[in-house]
Design a protein around this ligand. Sequence first.
Ligand SMILES: Cc1ncc(COP(=O)(O)O)c(C=O)c1O
Length: 441
Amino acid sequence: MSAKIGEFRNVKSLFAADRKETEELLIRATRDIPFEPVEGDGAIVRDRYGNEYLDFHSFVGTANVGHGRIPVLWQPGKILNALPNDFLSVPARQLAEKLIQITPIRGDKKKVLFRSSGTQAVEAALKLSMAHHHFNPRESQSPFCIGHFTNSFHGRTLGSLSITDSKREIRRKYFPVLDWVLYVPIPFPQCFEIRGVIPENASHDRCWNSWHEELERTNPGFMERVHELHVLFMELVQGEGGINPICPRVLDYFAGECAKEGVVIVVDEVQTGIGRTGEMFACDAYGFKPDIITMAKSLALGMPLSAVVANIEYDEDGLDADTFGGFTLAAQVALSVLDAVPIELERLKQENSFQIIEQVLSGFDRTLVRDVRGLGMMFGFDIEGVRGDARRQLIDRSLEQGLVLIGAGRNAIRVMPPLAITKEELEMGLDIMENVIQKLS
Ligand SMILES: Cc1ncc(COP(=O)(O)O)c(C=O)c1O
């Protein structure tokens, strides 16, 4: 008999065979959850034994609009793998138009570049900002100077890895990567006051002051040298780093300084984009307009598609290309996703789900759970136990009850259900988590 959500299933024995089969075939990546989903509907997924699970991380942010909700577009006799690098493609053009219309970028000369993964989008944004630098040289531009925040995650290819600071183990063997580039790590200005919404008229004195102290300690005099940067990469809510929303006051500071000094700002929305933070982009939630936005993951519901939307000057000649970037099938899926997201966000608002997630998480047992933080449907909290690894135990015990959770950063649990989740499913998932935590404490 297959288990429904909330009923016990022995995940260890269920998945032992699957894991063995998989490990004999695949080089190990980050897989550490013994879970093999085969089908899904909205926020519910099923394993190959028919057991049901509630997905509480949207497959690491790739299934924002929910599983199985976009019709599969394979139509016999139609060309669906056209590649817009070499040929024109109507869906890719329509998608570019749509992205230009909805992305909150400074200026009105936006253009789109399609790629096939998050890291490829970040690489393309790096190249675009370098091309901008060659096109528009300023004084003392050598070497090319990239600012990035501590605890950041921008990808695993060599360029994006060089500005990734969380998960140090993934850089260890390869760093420094681009040795003609100067990297400027800036302490991440975390804001703990952001719980679901960004508080209006808050002074943010506490996060501003602690950021400023840390900056002076690690990079004294940086504030007088912001103009030495050529580009600044940032996540507005760090995902892999532990679900950390940025302090709005520090963001305003960089917005002002970078605009004044001609420093390009790239906001990496690979994880925060496509409705995750309660708005289409985290930039919308913060009311912030950078020069470049990168997006991927949920853009085509986990199909390999990413995009860079930019408004900077560069010479397009020989810039970059990617065989699969913007292929027709993925672009068609993305168009459907972008239509579905505002509808789901509106429903979540009507059902009060943004408040429910914030209130329930904030009420969790304080002996283990600390610092609940996040925006929209992107929440995290730290969990530390007296007995062993409390986070591991929470993930394993929840999976036994049919709730799929993953961690983020060193101590955090990531709570990112699909936007398709119903109020009842959300409450059920939070309930399972709360019960498991109570038994751990
Ligand atoms: C903010 C951010 N940027 C880039 C990436 C890399 O994306 P991908 O794994 O598709 O290369 C990730 C992946 O988690 C991410 O969260």
